[in-house]
Design a protein around this ligand. Structure first.
Ligand SMILES: *Cc1c(COP(=O)(O)O)cnc(C)c1O
Length: 503
């Protein structure tokens, strides 16, 4: 949108908002709180100048540092418009419009990730942290129910048919069946309380949390908050592509299952924060399914696709069908394409609209393959009347901004969750990353998505003196520069950004 179009839109938005206030029987502004309009104007002018003078220049072609996208004006205006009405998506009665928008966005995200429309569920969160916390919270609680049911004399008959190693590591559908039967018998709260007690015992604990050495730092916090002890957390090594070493996982998981040792979750990453690497999701899904076939017991698979989830748009046609792999034109490798397709088999997935979704902060999201799993963390007693319950009964967070729902909704509608929409945009980011990799001799590996690690004696601060913004990370134990490409640079734009200090 051009500046004059933005101004016209803002005029109309403010006018409509004023009408709404008058319709509410209120004045144009809450003058009781801020009676001095001139002081307010001066303050806002100062704020605006301060922001424009010193903000991080992330729209710049020379900014290749962190995961902030250049949000389109129309999406910013959708957020701004909604902010005027201050809706809180904790419950529909506080946000009739934006709760509906969130439902639409949730359906979008389920479709984007290939989740079954009849059972899947999604909601927005403040970001990847909150979504990851909630996923592990659900997995931990749901998966400890069968064992807890077996430990209670009143509920034992409900799980008498399950052997011990299945009680320890129930496939998700088995855990949900147990949960439903407990609820029908009026014993779910009781079993949840017993599960909570047992998770605090040295013998049972919360279960194992299995993730890669390069999993996002939020997992360290998450494990701590949710009561995982250091010995519960298994950090797997990385393979040569900086992806989780699936062979190590294939060794560890059957050992734990055969020993009857509970696994709370296996976490794989689609777009690691440091390297942008995409784990071999298809092979991990295969492991999960083979464990179920061989032992009747398996693990919960959570995908941390906070960064990479939106790349799945590359795999979708505008008609909502899956596109075949196109070697000649694909901006990502076959490995990455296969992993993106396989996301549809995960139990839970974190995806951040405020990264590749082109939406302002705060907007993360959690996608859950079977919505019934959320009963394992719900705070209400009524487990069957799901549609009418406030969202906040089943989310980790309470108050959530309806503004975020409107922004995500606008971005999805205007861009399109398919190869011609997000696929074209993010394909452009990947294409730019590939060309940077080819142009910079010390680039360490072919990027899976949009992040490069570069061997350089220069620091990000030194490069900033040349007007180039990059970040840093460690790779194979050494400090590297990290380039995070959140924009498309044409070959000409790439020549103009002044890469020389990096070469
Ligand atoms: C960004 C990111 C997170 C954290 O998400 P926030 O939105 O910053 O809370 C977690 N995991 C991965 C892989 C990420 O890229």
């Amino acid at each position: 949108m051009r500046a004059d179009q933005i101004r016209t839109a803002i005029d109309q938005i403010v006018e409509t908002h004023q009408e709404w206030r008058r319709g509410c029987g209120a004045g144009e502004d809450n003058d009781a709180a801020t009676p001095d309009a001139l002081a307010a104007q001066a303050l806002l002018r100062d704020l605006s100048l301060r922001l424009s003078k010193s903000s991080t220049p992330w729209p710049s072609p020379r900014y290749l540092a962190h995961m902030t996208p250049d949000v389109p004006a129309a999406v910013l205006l959708a957020a701004f418009t909604t902010l005027l009405y201050n809706p809180n998506n904790v419950a529909a009665e506080a946000s009739p419009v934006t709760t509906d928008l969130e439902s639409e966005v949730a359906a979008d995200l389920c479709a984007l990730l290939g989740m079954p429309s009849d059972t899947a569920h999604a909601h927005l969160a403040s970001g990847g942290h909150a979504a990851n916390y909630e996923a592990l919270w659900i997995a931990r609680n749901l998966r400890s129910l069968p064992h807890a049911a077996a430990a209670g004399p009143d509920t034992r008959p409900l799980v008498a048919h399950l052997p011990d190693h299945v009680l320890a590591n129930p496939p998700t559908h088995v855990a949900i069946d147990v949960q439903q039967n407990l609820a029908r018998a009026g014993r779910l709260d009781n079993a949840r309380a017993r599960a909570a007690t047992l998770r605090c015992t040295a013998e049972r604990g919360p279960g194992a949390l299995i993730l890669a050495a390069n999993a996002h730092s939020c997992w360290t916090k998450c494990a701590d908050v949710l009561g995982f002890r250091p010995a519960d957390v298994h950090r797997l090594p990385l393979g040569p592509e900086h992806r989780i070493d699936v062979a190590a996982l294939e060794k560890l998981v059957p050992t734990l299952i055969q020993a009857g040792a509970p696994i709370a979750a296996v976490v794989a990453t689609v777009g690691s924060c440091g390297q942008g690497s995409v784990d071999d999701v298809a092979r991990i899904v295969q492991l999960r399914d083979h464990c179920e076939r061989d032992y009747g017991a398996t693990f919960h698979l959570h995908l941390d696709a906070a960064l990479g989830g939106y790349w799945r748009a590359l795999c979708r046609t505008p008609q909502d069908a899956i596109r075949a792999w196109d070697e000649e034109h694909s901006p990502v490798s076959f490995d990455v394409y296969s992993a993106l397709i396989a996301i549809e088999h995960a139990d839970t997935v974190t995806i951040d609209p405020h990264k590749a979704g082109h939406v302002p902060y705060p907007a993360g999201a959690l996608v859950i393959r079977d919505r019934r799993a959320t009963a394992a963390v719900a705070t209400a007693n009524d487990y069957f009347d799901e549609a009418a319950r406030p969202a906040g009964e089943r989310t980790l967070e309470g108050a959530r901004p309806g503004t975020a729902a409107a922004a995500v909704w606008a971005a999805h509608r205007l861009i399109g969750l398919h190869a011609e929409g997000y696929g074209r945009l993010l394909g452009g980011w990947s294409d730019t990353a590939q060309r940077l990799h080819q142009a910079i001799p010390t680039s360490q590996y072919r990027p899976d998505l949009n992040i490069l690690n570069i061997n350089s004696a220069k620091s990000p601060q030194e490069l900033r003196a040349h007007g180039l913004w990059v970040s840093s990370t460690t790779l194979d134990g050494a400090d590297r520069l990290r380039l995070c490409v959140m924009k498309y640079l044409s070959p000409e734009a790439m020549r103009n950004i002044g890469l020389r200090p990096l070469l």
